[in-house]
Ligand binder design. Structure first.
Ligand code: KDG
Ligand code: MG
Length: 401
């Protein structure tokens, strides 16, 4: 089953997406998400100019061999651009394999380990009251897990706080700069969760994302202050290039920790997992080398009772969402899946079989991924430059966010 063509489709139905479509000699095709928010065209070129020429003529059935060939053969290993490109190839090949064998991918990964994947939605608001109302709306929709983010008094704009019901992580044009204050932030979070628990009780899982903005000791203090509200997790408390930072946080708090949406390889989280410094690993299909590599991370994590909690913001396309759900349904140590609903235009461009009911999602039983791409419709939504915002402290110093 030779690969005869590889097409890179860049479109923007509400936001930018990069999709790889691999075609085989018998006319079968598979899709892979290659979207790297704010750096989309770098991955598109990596695929189009450097990877697709290497794939033509190869046997589409040899998923692991092609993965190793692209990873080891490039000499330049890891990094978000390389690993997103490899992820797209890997996902597309799993899609083809599923279609060829007439089976949904999760059946090829060992079958379902559960009835559905627990997902969490995103509640946010400028004030505590608005955020509590948004969280209550998710509960009314059937969600049993909700991430809550709130505006910070004294800061004009806070990343992670959506506008209306849609939260889009990038903004059109050049990267906007926002002002950040960790002092103002850390004192604003405990009252939010106090109010959420008062209004919603303890029957719903509550999550919070720190977006890598605190130092380890600040994060330790916040984790400790949040203990009475029993969070499902505190996410990305500090930048994780230095995996040892988490030792310090861990010494001070029992609030569960999640990290890894920006990781692209098992090497980024090896110490975090082996030293049990985290509870959830957030690596995703698209940014961490595809279904094949994510399964290796999950297997390592399983040994240490670390569970998965894959990133699933709207900048990860429905192709990635479908792949994530096949992974989530099958791996034993699944924890939770992030689910930010896509815009109506995105859903029309990427028709899909996955469904949501009663707080759980299922990838469906269509062969392969169960997601398609309407290329004619996609062509009506051309690429449009957009960036994630950046942050500076009140004195102008660039800050992690
Ligand atoms: O592209 C980056 C966003 O997807 C990310 O900042 C959103 O932190 C995020 C999350 O947890 O969804
Ligand atoms: Mg996050």
């Amino acid at each position: 089953m030779k690969i005869v063509d590889g097409k890179v489709i860049v479109c923007s139905p509400g936001r930018n997406f990069v999709t790889l479509k691999l075609v085989t000699e018998d006319g079968m095709y598979g899709l892979g998400d290659a979207t790297l928010n704010g750096r989309e065209l770098a991955v598109a070129s990596y695929l189009r100019d450097h990877v697709v020429p290497l794939l033509v003529g190869r046997d589409a059935r040899r998923i692991e061999d092609i993965w190793q060939y692209l990873y080891k053969g490039a000499y330049w290993r890891r990094g978000p651009v390389t690993m997103s490109a490899i992820a797209a190839v890997d996902t597309a090949l799993w899609d083809i394999k599923g279609k060829a064998l007439n089976a949904p991918i999760y059946q090829l990964l060992g079958g379902a380990s559960r009835e559905g994947a627990l997902v969490y939605g995103h509640a946010s608001g400028a004030t505590i009251e608005e955020t509590v109302e948004a969280a209550a709306r998710y509960v009314a929709l059937g969600y049993t897990a909700v991430r809550a983010q709130c505006g910070v008094p004294g800061l004009a704009q806070t990343y992670g706080v959506g506008k209306g019901d849609v939260y889009e992580p990038a903004e059109a044009g050049l990267a906007p700069e926002t002002v950040w204050s960790s002092e103002r932030y850390v004192s604003s979070v405990p009252p939010l969760f106090e109010k959420l628990r008062k209004e919603l009780g303890f029957g719903v899982h509550l999550l919070h994302d720190v977006h890598h903005r605190l130092t380890p000791i600040e994060a330790a203090g916040l984790g400790r202050a949040l203990e009475p509200y029993r969070l499902f997790w505190m996410e990305d408390p500090t930048p994780a290039e230095t995996q040892e930072s988490f030792r310090l946080i861990r010494q001070h708090t029992t609030t569960p920790l999640a990290v890894g949406e920006v990781f692209n390889s098992i090497h980024d989280c090896r110490s975090l997992i082996q030293e049990q410094l985290i509870d959830y690993i957030r690596t995703t299909v698209v940014h961490a080398g595809g279904i094949s590599h994510l399964r290796k991370i999950a297997s390592l994590a399983e040994l240490y009772q670390v569970r998965t909690g894959s990133h699933g913001a709207t900048d990860l396309s429905p192709v990635c969402m479908a792949a994530a759900l096949h992974f989530d349904l099958s791996v034993h140590n699944f924890g939770i899946q992030e689910y930010m609903r896509h815009s109506a235009d995105t859903d029309r461009v990427f028709p899909h079989a996955y469904t949501f009911a009663n707080g759980l999602m299922h990838p469906g039983d269509a062969p392969g991924l169960g997601v398609d791409l309407d290329e004619a419709l996609a062509a009506t939504f051309p690429y449009s430059r957009a960036y994630l915002p950046t942050a500076r402290l009140e004195d102008g110093t660039v800050h992690s966010w």
